[in-house]
Design a binder for this molecule. Structure first.
Ligand code: SF4
Ligand code: SF4
Length: 269
């Protein structure tokens, strides 16, 4: 990775596929002239674990966080409903969390902010991705971090930024997206399926209510240990949600069904 193209005035995605061992030179700190420039006019897709971290950091419910800070979007080539960070209506289209001295939610910042200036193909839906992760660089002319001397491999960068933890928790969700992307684009999801995807991905309280206060537990056989965990642990809940979505959308048998209850439901419907 070089900065030979720094005169290029257009932001661009480096078309080379990088691996975890690929090396690059980069450092971001408060002393760089471009400090916080990358926090304006951006399109940040939020992952389920991002919402869990951010709502907790701001002491909000998922619903309130989604209403105040996000905008709905359909993810390109998948028809899946996702949310992006809602930018301020100021001249620079700033992130709502950017301040002169940095990021207000830094320790809980979203996955995409942690990765930057690296991108991961599994979440970006690059043409030609076969479902295996590869990495690329976002070369924006304003970003002077590439001129600093600190050297990394992409694996080291991910660990340093805590992205490995985010990716590990979101793995089941990324898998759903990659699976849906591999389907022919004319296979559309029903509105009900999209709603299920959205709730299980982003609204932990509503999804928990759905599990414990509907007929969910008569239809699915869930062991007591799992039930106890998802009752109070948001991370366990979203990971369970990814398994459930796989089971409902892709019939992968990830969850055990009570056949008798399922037959009764079909008869009723
Ligand atoms: S969340 Fe923080 S790091 Fe990410 S764009 Fe906003 S201010 Fe910048
Ligand atoms: S533009 Fe690059 S170097 Fe500047 S603050 Fe953002 S990430 Fe850091």
């Amino acid at each position: 990775m070089t900065t030979d193209d720094k005169d290029d005035k257009m932001a661009r995605i480096d078309p080379v596929r990088y691996s975890l061992d690929s090396k690059f030179k980069f450092k971001c700190h408060k002393g760089v002239k471009c400090f916080t420039k990358c926090c304006r006019d951006i399109n940040i897709i939020l992952t389920p674990y991002d919402i869990i971290r951010l709502k907790k950091c701001l002491s909000l419910s998922s619903e309130d966080f989604l209403t105040i800070y996000t905008e709905p979007q359909l993810l390109e080539k998948t028809d899946l409903p996702v949310v992006t960070l809602k930018l301020l209506d100021d001249e620079l289209k700033s992130c709502p969390f950017v301040r002169d001295d940095g990021c207000l939610v830094y320790s809980d910042r979203p996955t995409a902010c942690r990765y930057y200036p690296v991108g991961v193909a599994a979440l970006s839906h690059k043409e030609g991705s076969d479902g295996k992760d590869f990495y690329f660089f976002v070369n924006e002319p304003h970003c002077l971090g590439f001129e600093e001397d600190k050297r990394w491999t992409i694996a080291e960068w991910r660990k340093d930024q805590g992205v490995d933890i985010h990716d590990g928790i979101n793995a089941g969700w990324t898998d759903l997206i990659v699976k849906k992307r591999s389907f022919p684009q004319n296979i559309m999801l029903t509105e009900k399926s999209k709603k299920m995807f959205f709730t299980a991905s982003y609204d932990a309280e509503k999804f928990r209510q759905f599990i414990f206060e509907s007929s969910f537990l008569t239809l699915y056989i869930i062991d007591d240990k799992t039930l106890e965990k998802i009752r109070s642990d948001d991370v366990a809940l979203i990971e369970f949600g990814f398994r459930w979505l796989n089971s409902v959308l892709f019939k992968d048998g990830a969850l055990k069904i009570n056949e008798e209850a399922a037959a009764q439901r079909i008869k009723k419907e």
